[in-house]
Design a protein around this ligand. Structure first.
Ligand code: SF4
Length: 480
């Protein structure tokens, strides 16, 4: 046991210490990786490099491959079971490569025809592949999502994907610790998505740089696992390496019995260890931010950065109101791209597209929230494209068992197959140039949903409200 391990430690420090194979003099450490999620976009070169160097995957049992980014969300198979051809040759090549590479390297592959297929960050927790206290990596920025279960999870690049495949380790520099403490209770009608958008608005997209955030406070203790996954998912948008929420009885109940979760005595031993991971009383953080929950309102973005947030009852800000000249320039560029003017009321902005999905908001609780708003309504005539994309085949099945699909369809929304869909412009689900989209995804960057697309990030309930009224809307006014 090192000196530090006898001192009060944070959740992050405990996971780091438990996975350190070796620390070098320069402070970098070789970290064991417990779980590696692989998708089709960042893996082809990594597998090819292994092949060229004659290497194997070190721990195929700790690796899970799922296609998600490029898959179309319309029917993928004909009535006879044949695959519907994928129009984009690069997407098709990446999907084919993963389907070939996974079995060739002995990795479990959940393919497009499997009931469990979905977005990696939905499939991991759902399968019990993602566990508290684990180190989890994936070649996707929003891997922080799994921190909602108390895992140290972060995105990696293609060369790191190759490194983890070959060695099951990564050479890393330890991050600083940051606490985001939310005090008090959230007002009624305010969701975890509103909260994380508000937090990013407060800390900014650079506020978490170099840090791992731990979200603390009663709000998170009372939050569902789906909500915690939503919050941690967007930690990267605050610049953080990862986001974490301490695992608790809710976490254990969520995981128990899932296919990859430990069983029997191993389960009991795992729970005992997971319970020991909570940040010790007296542990200190390098940085601390306190948020008053009562200040959080249903929140939307107005610009092209996730920190460009405002309460739905607010207005588009004047770039001149920012003290920092570089922020003034960024705001001017954002407003030009978004086609907005300072002082414009957010709840008067019309949208032509609505996207309910992505690894941020495509779990069953998200779909229930959207359906509760849409029930008995139809989408506004100016909304010409509105899709609901479940995060996985299992979410899809559960939603259909609950009749949510019928609510969406009756409201005029399309009910799709699972995948990343309109979170990013890599598959056929794109927002046309110059049009607006109320989107439950996580990024509103220039062109993220397609060239020229204008994205407003919102919660599932707020996206549903926008579908009904045809403009950004305070869902509380619509449903009371
Ligand atoms: S839904 Fe978006 S953020 Fe999530 S894994 Fe897919 S592309 Fe990445």
């Amino acid at each position: 046991m090192t000196d530090r391990q006898t001192q009060p430690r944070t959740l992050y420090q405990k996971i780091w210490d438990a996975h350190t194979v070796e620390t070098r003099d320069d402070g970098t450490a070789l970290i064991f990786i417990d779980r590696h999620l692989v998708h089709e976009v960042t893996s082809p070169q990594a597998f090819e490099a292994l092949r060229v160097s004659g290497r194997k995957v070190r721990r195929p049992d700790l690796t899970l491959a799922v296609p998600d980014h490029n898959l179309p969300t319309t029917a993928r198979r004909t009535a006879s079971g044949a695959r519907v051809p994928i129009a984009d040759p690069e997407s098709a090549a990446q999907l084919d490569a993963l389907e070939r590479n996974a079995p060739a390297f002995g990795i479990r592959y959940i393919g497009d025809a499997d009931a469990e297929q979905g977005i990696v960050h939905v499939v991991g927790p759902e399968q019990g592949f993602s566990l508290p206290g684990a180190t989890i990596v994936c070649g996707d920025s929003h891997t922080a999502c799994h921190g909602g279960l108390g895992a140290l999870a972060f995105g990696i690049g293609t060369s790191e994907v190759e490194h983890v495949l070959a060695t099951q380790t990564l050479l890393l520099k330890q991050s600083k610790t940051m606490e985001v403490r939310v005090e008090g209770d959230l007002p009624a009608g305010v969701s975890p998505k509103d909260l994380i958008l508000h937090i990013i608005g407060v800390v900014g997209t650079a506020g978490g740089t170099g840090h791992v955030i731990e979200y603390r406070g009663k709000v998170f203790e009372e939050m569902s696992i789906e909500g915690r996954l939503t919050v941690c998912n967007m930690s990267i948008e605050a610049g953080a390496r990862a986001g974490l929420i301490a695992p608790d009885d809710k976490t254990f109940a969520f995981l128990k019995g899932r296919p990859y979760a430990p069983k029997g005595e191993q389960w009991d031993a795992a729970v005992a260890w997971w319970k020991s991971l909570a940040t010790d009383p007296g542990a200190t953080f390098d940085k601390s931010v306190v948020i008053n929950a009562a200040d959080v309102q249903p929140t939307v973005t107005w610009g092209t950065s996730p920190e460009d947030t405002v309460a739905i009852g607010g207005v588009v800000p004047d770039p001149a109101s920012f003290a920092d000249p570089s922020k003034q320039d960024a705001a001017r560029a954002s407003l030009e791209y978004m086609g907005l003017t300072p002082g414009q009321r957010m709840d008067e902005i019309e949208v032509q597209n609505v996207f309910i999905g992505s690894c941020t908001n495509s779990r069953i609780e998200d779909l229930r929230a959207a359906a509760a708003v849409l029930k008995g309504h139809t989408k506004a005539p100016n909304v010409h494209w509105a899709i609901v994309v479940p995060g996985s085949g299992l979410v899809k099945r559960q939603a259909e068992e609950e009749g949510l699909d019928q609510i969406f369809i009756a409201a005029g929304l399309e009910w799709r197959e699972p995948g990343c869909s309109a979170c990013l412009g890599m598959n056929p689900d794109k927002v046309p140039p110059g049009e607006r989209c109320a989107s439950t995804s996580n990024r509103n960057f220039v062109g993220r949903q397609g060239p020229g697309a204008r994205t407003h990030l919102v919660s599932p309930a707020m996206a549903a409200a926008a579908a009904v009224t045809g403009r950004l809307t305070d869902v509380r006014k619509l449903v009371g």
